[in-house]
Design a protein. Structure first.
Length: 129
């Protein structure tokens, strides 16, 4: 089975030994994705909604590179640093997935790789033949 590695070009991918996404057959796995802009800056500091929007935009690009779309997503995992502010994040999720309705998990964490990062999201997709 062919293994396709999708890169965002982020400098940490080769250092940490990971890919933005991996496609194997008809399955796509998108790594934990934050609100990082192409220039490396963090979008939406102190704004969970803005960070969720940016993270999903980044995920959408990775899915597209793998030949998939949000319609193919079967599982999402959302990590937030403040569980008292989870609702704006799940509302963004709901806008994207309202008719797709993947299995989903929401987890509160004590921190992410950078203190300005409030949300990290990963998805798994299965591309229909």
């Amino acid at each position: 089975m062919t293994r396709q590695l999708i890169s965002s070009g982020w400098r940490w991918e080769p250092v940490a030994g990971y890919s933005r996404a991996v496609r194997v057959g008809n399955m796509v796995f998108v790594s934990g994705t934050t609100a990082t802009a192409p220039d490396g800056s963090i979008v939406g500091v102190d704004d969970m909604h803005a960070q969720a929007v940016q993270a999903f935009a980044n995920i959408g690009r990775a899915l597209e590179q793998a030949g998939a779309s949000f319609a193919d997503v079967v599982r999402t995992r959302i990590f937030v640093t403040d569980m008292t502010k989870w609702e704006p994040v799940v509302r963004v999720h709901g806008e994207i997935f309202k008719d797709i309705r993947p299995a989903s998990t929401l987890v509160g964490v004590t921190g992410l790789v950078h203190p300005d990062m409030l949300v990290e999201i990963e998805v798994d997709a299965v591309i229909e033949a």
